[in-house]
Write a protein that binds this ligand. Structure first.
Ligand SMILES: [Zn+2]
Length: 130
């Protein structure tokens, strides 16, 4: 069966604090977050911007989180204010949040994997086997 995989990486700058964390992560501070998104599919699709079925997904759709927070993205915002309260602002749950929001804008049948890095030495990755 044919299979395509898209990979895109981008960064955004934001502030956050981990609720009830006993240590520096509990205070408001910032990161340049690095995000890596993989999208795989057995078929190609049209997109919001292109009427022909020629892509796994549109990179513009996958990279929404890079947009300024005033334009619906996560850049230069306070994640604790931007993300719904059911998501804590750990790298694990930021990855899950980006996964959940991206998934909503994609056609059925695209498998996603989202990884988020807060520092050069750490990555958290999220995917769902559904
Ligand atoms: Zn932090």
């Amino acid at each position: 069966m044919p299979k395509w995989k898209l990979v895109t990486e981008f960064t955004f700058d934001s502030a956050h604090q981990i609720r009830d964390y006993d240590g520096p992560c509990g205070r408001l501070h910032g990161h340049t977050y690095r995000v890596r998104i993989e999208a795989t599919s057995h078929q190609l699709h049209a997109s919001q911007y292109c009427p022909h079925p020629v892509m796994v997904a549109d990179f513009r759709t996958l990279r929404w989180a890079k947009r300024d927070v005033t334009k619906g993205g996560l850049d230069h915002g306070v994640l604790n204010e931007v993300m719904p309260p059911e998501y804590e602002t750990t790298a694990e749950m930021i990855a899950q949040y980006i996964y959940d929001r991206t998934k909503k804008d994609l056609p059925e049948g695209i498998k996603l994997k989202v990884a988020v890095s807060e520092t050069p030495n750490t990555w958290a990755e999220y995917e769902d086997d559904d």
